[in-house]
Write a protein that binds this ligand. Structure first.
Ligand code: COA
Length: 188
């Protein structure tokens, strides 16, 4: 597997910790989303379809505008892309705030295209985002999820609280990051 983060400090932090590694997707790389700005309209369409109920009155255009604010390096907000043969197949973002929640900062926008799910890409994106956050000096990350609690628990995230949003119930979760946080869970 060619696992690549473009930033040197992230590369330094990359230490595979799991010996139970299964590799099926041999050419996935994790790259800053800013290197794939042309994929933003597609990504906005994926997000809009996936989270339409949470977005409420938001339009696809406004979702796209928000994703465009993630096209940064070395700061929050930012986003990473999982890339196969030059094509973005998944995303994850780091954001300062989410809805009305009092916590900060957040892991958000985790998405893997349906044909490539259950191959380890989602776990890899989460781990890469944790690594990125740790390299920015962040000690604790938060996220909220309507229905992926078990997925995040399997990656070491803990339930903070359950909240009722207009779109339904969500779980707010958090994870404490180590300064030398390492990407792991390379499997597929
Ligand atoms: C959630 C999501 C990102 C997971 O991506 P993925 O690439 O399929 O995840 P992985 O292959 O890394 O899964 C790792 C493990 O998490 C668990 N897991 C993953 N998806 C799961 C699901 N839908 N239900 C239950 N467990 C799941 C499994 O234990 C899996 O390991 P296994 O396949 O050996 O059983 C993907 O399903 C997705 O994009 N969903 C739509 C958007 C979404 O729900 N985003 C996150 C919540 S806000």
């Amino acid at each position: 597997m060619a696992l690549r983060l473009s930033r040197l400090r992230a590369l330094r932090a990359w230490v595979p910790v799991s010996m139970n590694v299964r590799l099926l997707m041999t050419n996935v790389t994790i790259q800053p989303l800013i290197e794939h700005a042309n994929a933003i309209p597609n990504i906005a369409a994926w997000f809009y379809e996936e989270w339409r109920e949470i977005y409420g009155e938001e339009t696809r255009a406004s979702v796209q505008q928000r994703i465009e604010t993630w096209l940064t390096r070395n700061q929050i907000p930012t986003a990473l892309a999982a890339v196969v043969e030059g094509q973005v197949i998944g995303t994850v973002a780091l954001k300062e705030s989410e809805l009305q929640f009092p916590y900060s900062p957040w892991l958000a926008g985790l998405f893997v295209i349906p044909p490539l799910r259950r191959k380890g890409v989602g776990a890899l994106l989460v781990s890469a985002a944790e690594c990125e956050a740790a390299s920015l000096g962040i000690k604790r990350l938060y996220l909220y999820t309507p229905n992926s609690l078990a997925f995040y628990e399997s990656l070491g995230w803990l339930l903070v609280e359950r909240c009722q949003l207009p779109s339904g119930s969500v779980a707010v979760m958090s994870k404490r990051l180590q300064p030398n946080h390492a990407i792991h869970s390379i499997r597929a």
